[in-house]
Each structure stands twice: as C-alpha cells, then as structure tokens.
Design a binder for this molecule. Structure first.
Ligand code: GCO
Ligand code: ZN
Length: 299
C-alpha cells in the first residue's frame, strides 16, 4: 500500500480556485481564481506563483498548440499571451444573458475547447437556475452550443478510448456520460453514471486517470472521489483539510501527483478560522495512480 500525503502547495485563499492544468513544458500548475479575476501559474521548482489579472471572472485556462493559453473570461473565449498579459477575444456566447459567465472547460483529444456557462452565483451554489449551456470552440473559432437549461456547468473529461464524454451539471448531484464522436465533436445519448451521496455533496471539477477511472472534486464535501465508469461505483475517497474542494488534475513527476483546487468565497470569519487553508491548492501524492497530459487547443 502506498501512503497518501496531502500538502498545501499554494496557501493563498483564492476566492474560487479552479481549472488546475499541468503544463509539463514549464513544470508548472496553471489555475484560475474565478471571482478573484486572475490566471495563476505555480512553478513546481521555485514554488513561486505568477499571475495575470483580468477585468472579469475568469473560469478556466487551457493550453494552446501555438503556445500560450486559451481562457474563458466572462462569457468570452479569449487567447492569453502570458508575457504581454494581453487578451484577445475569439468567441462570445450567451450575449442575451448579461448575468451569465463561463465556468469549467477542457480541451478534447482532437484539440477542441469545451466550456459551459452558468448564472453568476448569489452565494455558493445559489443562483438563477437553468441559465447555462455547454459550448465547443472549434479550432477555426466557430462556436457550437450542445444543449442549454444547465444550472452549473462543471467538470468534464473524455474516456481513454475517446468514445465517452463525462459531464457534471453540479446541481443534478450526478456525473453523466454521453457517447462521443471524436471525428465531429458531437455528443449524444446522455445517461447517469454516478449519483453523489449526501455527504459527498456537490460534484464539481473532474479528471480521468490512466486506468480510465474518474476523480471528482466534491464541493462542500471536502474530498475527491474516484469512480469506476464501468460499474458506476465509487472505489476510493480521499479527504482534504478544506470542505470547499472545487477541481483536480494530475501533474508533477510522471503525472503521479493529484492537484486539487479549493475556494473560500462565501465563508465567514468563523469558518475561515476553522479552515484557514480554504482557497489553497493541494498536492496529493502516494495515490499509486497516474493521470494523462492535458490536450492543447488546436486553434
Ligand atoms: O467552482 C465552480 O465550478 C463554480 O464556479 C463554483 O462557484 C462552485 O462550483 C460552486 O459554488 C459550487 O456549487
Ligand atoms: Zn467547477
């Protein structure tokens, strides 16, 4: 048995830490602070965090084949040039919904960027319902909407054979699966894969490991859970020192470390005193499993 260790590597109280992405070339972890309106990069050698501030909530960051990054800011897809700290809009969604913003997103194995939207929260998990949708930004910068009526568009990933797309609408308290057509980027045949238990609370970000199992961060559940999509069963629970765990990704040495983001938005002083690391970034080692590198946007 390996022994699991959890370390808070960035003790910074992000308002809503999210979208962890390992960038192997920089040996760094990218992440965002959504309502803190910044994109951050933690260097695993120097342990320093660099950041770029933007003028609206930034919900996710992804790698780009041509170098640099692609981000979702407000309801826009934008290219980010890290050195210049400059953003260029390349897509705009939900123009009729001024209270919406993007939330979680990820690049598919063919280089398309998937990201979903939600209404801005009044407080964590409290918002106008059914306002969100799931979109794809194609490499030619065209945008397609897959479906709407989403509450909180959240975690997403693809099976190792690229035939299944996994998706979380947080307020459904479930992890769903779709058939995936890698050629076209189309999804169909939605079904429930796992229903969260009461103490697990709200499913948020997720990622897949090299055994095809899913790791789901549970907001207000203070844990990540490992699910087997074949059986629809939970096979492992790893508890963290904060309740507000938001997302996870593998990175570090051979992609054997699981990085977990968290939030402190909406916590009063009393709760913050009990969980002073809320909003920090955690590194879990000793899990005995590995992840896969993130795909890069091809546009
Ligand atoms: O991290 C996210 O994906 C959302 O933007 C957050 O706001 C939380 O998920 C939400 O509060 C929990 O329901
Ligand atoms: Zn999320």
């Amino acid at each position: 048995m390996s022994s699991i260790k959890i370390e808070c590597v960035v003790n910074e109280n992000c308002k809503i830490g999210e979208s962890p992405v390992w960038e192997e070339k920089e040996r760094s972890l990218l992440f965002v602070d959504i309502t803190g309106k910044k994109i951050c990069r933690w260097n695993s050698f120097t342990k320093q965090v660099e950041s770029v501030s933007v003028d609206a909530p930034v919900s996710c960051v992804a790698l780009r084949k041509s170098g640099d990054y692609i981000v979702t800011v407000g309801t826009r897809f934008a290219a980010l040039k890290w050195k210049d700290q400059s953003l260029t809009t390349i897509g705009h969604v939900d123009k009729d919904k001024p209270n919406n913003r993007f939330n979680d997103g990820k690049v598919d194995p063919a280089g398309r960027f998937f990201a979903g939207t939600m209404a801005e929260e009044i407080r964590p998990a409290v918002l106008e319902r059914h306002q969100g949708a799931l979109y794809t930004l194609f490499p030619d910068h065209s945008v397609v909407k897959h479906f709407d009526q989403v509450d909180i568009s959240n975690g997403l990933d693809w099976s190792l054979d690229h035939k299944t797309f996994f998706y979380i609408d947080s307020l459904s308290y479930s992890v769903d699966a779709f058939d995936y057509d890698l050629q076209t980027g189309k999804i169909c045949n939605r079904r429930n894969m796992y229903k969260l238990e009461k103490e697990e609370n709200i499913p948020d970000g997720m990622c897949i490991d090299t055994e095809g199992k899913l790791w789901v961060a549970c907001y207000d559940g203070g844990r990540v859970i490992r699910l087997d999509p074949e059986t629809g069963k939970r096979i492992q629970t790893v508890k963290l020192p904060v309740n507000t765990t938001t997302s996870c990704c593998f990175g570090g040495q051979d992609f054997s470390e699981l990085y977990v983001t968290s939030a402190c938005q909406g916590m009063d002083d009393e709760r913050l005193k009990q969980q002073p690391q809320a909003g920090g970034i955690f590194k879990i080692t000793g899990l005995g499993v590995k992840g896969i590198p993130s795909y890069s946007f091809a546009g």
